[in-house]
Every structure is written in C-alpha cells, then in structure tokens.
Design a binder for this molecule. Structure first.
Ligand code: ADP
Ligand code: MG
Length: 369
C-alpha cells in the first residue's frame, strides 16, 4: 500500500521537465551489491527544474521538435508475428563493473549462442526533457537491429516524438499505446514496421495516467501488454516522457534495465538522484531486478570545459555506471527525425551513427547475450 500512496502524490504527474525537489540526499550511489531497496525515501514535492542542484550547466535550451516529420505511406502495417503468453524473465545483471567487460566482446562463445527465449527490455528514462531520451531510444534500437537483433521500440511519451521520428504521424494512428494501456488492446495492434518495429503513441496518451488510475494493477499495464510479444524480439526499447508519472513507472516496472541519458550542458545531479529513488521504490514494490544499465552522457560538446567537468562529476558520483561512449552534439540528430529516420540511416558513415553503434556494442558486451 505504501507505494500506491507515494504514487498518488502530486509529484507523480505528467508534465514536461517535471522534476521534484530533493530532500537532503547522499550524492554517491549505493554500491550495486549493498543496495537496499527498502530504504528509499519518497520524493518530495516541487516542480523546479534542478535549481540548487550540485552542479548545473545552463545554456542549451534548444528543442528542435519534429512536428514537421512527414507522414509516410503505411506500406507494411502488419502486426508482428509470433506466439506469446510467457512471463518475462527477471533478467539479472552482471555483477562485475563495466570496466572489466570489454565492450562488444561479450561472454566467450565457442559456437553461436542460442537466442534467448525472450526480449531484454530496456527503458530510457530521465524526468528532464531534452536530454536525448527519444534520440537514444531510436538510434540505439536501430543499432541493435543493424547488429542482427529483432527490436521493438515502444513510445510511452504522449508527445509521440519517437513515433514521429520514424515518419509516422501520431494523429494518423488509429489505435495507440493509450488503447493498449487503458483498454487492454493487444500491443500487436499498435505496432508499425519501420527501421525497427514501433508501438505508436498519440496525444491521447496524455490522458492515460488518469484513465489508468482506477485500474487494479495500473503500474503493470505495460508489463502485461509486452508479455505476449517478448518472444518475438531480442530487445524492447521503451521511450518515456519527461516525468516520473505513471507512464514512466509502467516503463520501469516492465524493464530489465534502465539507460539514463544525461545532457552534459545541463547536468542535474539532483534529478539523477531523484530517478534513483524512484527506481528504489520500483524495486521494493514492483520489479525487484530492475537496474541502471548505464548513464549516457549526451549532447557533449567536447570543446567546452563545461562538458568535461560535467562528465567528471558524473564519473565521480556514478563510477562505472557511466558508459564509456559519449554522444557528441551534432546537427545530424536534429535533421534525421525530420526525414523520419534514425541517424544510422540518415548519415550511416557519420560520427553520430558511429557513436550509437559504439553504445550498442557496449550494451551488448555488458549483457547476457
Ligand atoms: P528527450 O526525448 O529527452 O526530450 P530528444 O531526444 O527529443 O530528448 O532530444 C532533444 C533535442 O535535442 C531534439 O531536437 C534532438 O534532435 C536533439 N538532439 C538529441 N541528441 C542530440 C545530439 N547528440 N546533438 C545535437 N542535437 C541532439
Ligand atoms: Mg522524448
């Protein structure tokens, strides 16, 4: 009951850049093994966006939205094939720190390892907007697919940016994640095939939190919806909205791992600690095995001292949890979604594409496959 009460608090709301204020919190992350889910303090209320955080870099507030993304003809709208009905595995995480694992090498495999029975589910979360959650969800998903994996990307943000960035007009979708979460429509009915499979969002998803609020098991709606399709994919990548509301809680409850993109020019340690606290509550009440897979420095301008300092602060506080891959700032990331494609397709040989391939190697080398 504790969690329900906590989630009923006003800070669990949908809203751009919502970031609750923070009570005095320790800055260092608990060591992986010493984690005690039960000790998490519930987040305090408030709506400011990082004021008073340990270190914050301001000065980048561009948000080239992708409203202009053209709707493509819907040629292959067939729902994904496959049977389903299995329970998602509670995937464990490698105990060794990231630095002991060679990116891309993976566990020694004398012969081709058998495919895991079901997808690994990765949520991309940070309650701050504009930190490259959607960009990372899409481009890492496409990089996984390039490496031969079957990938589903799930758009859990009412803004529908992931949907748009694959050239799908959210206004044109008949059924969307709203219907999946609220009316128990099959996930297959909202999947469209593009570079990767996309479970589409539309603006009505904004009403899903209220519509779900009276449902029993409202935090598990996405987990339940994913179950029948897990056998069809190797990875499910979930994009989340910029809040810690019920949509994000659904994503974290369904996830095996969480990747946290962090914008290095506006680094809010407070926001990260807040996210950790929410994850602790999720572990305690809903999904004991969910772990932060890594923190990804994004929008890095390597020429600035700010970016260097921001990464240093991240590494001081989160150590090996910070990915070795850095995503540099380049205009390609703003251009690609307007064409309805990933950067890997838009500029296959560019540094932007390469950086997400590097990240894919790092994640694949760190995982169970
Ligand atoms: P979020 O989903 O966290 O709100 P987005 O992925 O939508 O963030 O990214 C915010 C904006 O920044 C978008 O306009 C996107 O195109 C742009 N962007 C993302 N990553 C980069 C990058 N590495 N370099 C330059 N622009 C980027
Ligand atoms: Mg987004």
């Amino acid at each position: 009951m504790g969690l329900l009460q906590r989630f009923a608090r006003p800070e669990y709301r949908t809203g751009r850049d919502a970031e609750p204020s923070l009570d005095e919190q320790p800055l260092r992350e608990e060591p992986r093994d010493a984690r005690q889910a039960g000790s998490a303090a519930p987040p305090a209320g408030g709506t400011d966006q990082g004021g008073g955080s340990v270190t914050e870099f301001q000065g980048f507030e561009q948000e080239a939205r992708t409203e202009a993304a053209p709707a493509r003809d819907v040629e292959s709208e067939t729902p994904a094939e496959g049977t389903g009905g299995t329970t998602p595995a509670a995937a464990g995480f490698p105990a060794q720190p990231r630095s002991q694992q060679a990116p891309g090498s993976g566990p020694a495999a004398p012969s081709a390892p058998p495919r895991p029975a079901q997808a690994e589910v990765i949520a991309f979360a940070n309650q701050k907007g504009g930190v490259a959650k959607t960009t990372t969800t899409l481009n890492l998903a496409v990089a996984f697919a390039e490496a031969g994996n079957r990938v589903l990307a799930v758009d859990m943000d009412p803004q529908g940016n992931l949907t748009m960035s694959q050239g799908i007009d959210p206004d044109s979708v008949d059924k969307s994640m709203y219907d999946v979460l609220v009316h128990d429509v099959s996930l297959r009915e909202v999947i469209r095939k593009r570079e990767i499979d996309v479970a589409c969002a539309s603006i009505d998803l904004a009403g899903a939190e209220i519509a779900m609020s009276t449902k029993i098991g409202r935090e598990r709606q996405l987990e339940k919806a994913l179950r029948p399709v897990l056998e069809d994919y190797d990875f499910v990548c979930i994009d989340t909205p910029p809040s810690l509301g019920l949509l994000t809680i659904n994503a974290l409850t369904a996830a095996d791992k969480v990747i946290v993109p962090v914008q290095c020019e506006y680094l809010s340690m407070r926001g990260l600690i807040q996210l950790q606290n929410t994850l602790s509550m999720i572990r305690e009440e809903l999904n004991p095995d969910v772990e932060i897979e890594g923190i990804l420095p994004t929008l890095v301008d390597s020429r600035t001292v700010h970016a260097k300092e921001a990464i240093e602060i991240l590494e001081e506080n989160f150590g090996d949890r910070v990915f070795a891959t850095r995503i540099r700032k380049t205009i390609r990331f703003a251009e690609a979604p307007v064409k309805g494609t990933s950067v890997l397709k838009y500029d296959p040989d560019g540094v932007a594409a390469e950086s997400y391939r590097e990240l894919a190697k790092e994640v694949l080398g760190n995982g169970r496959r």
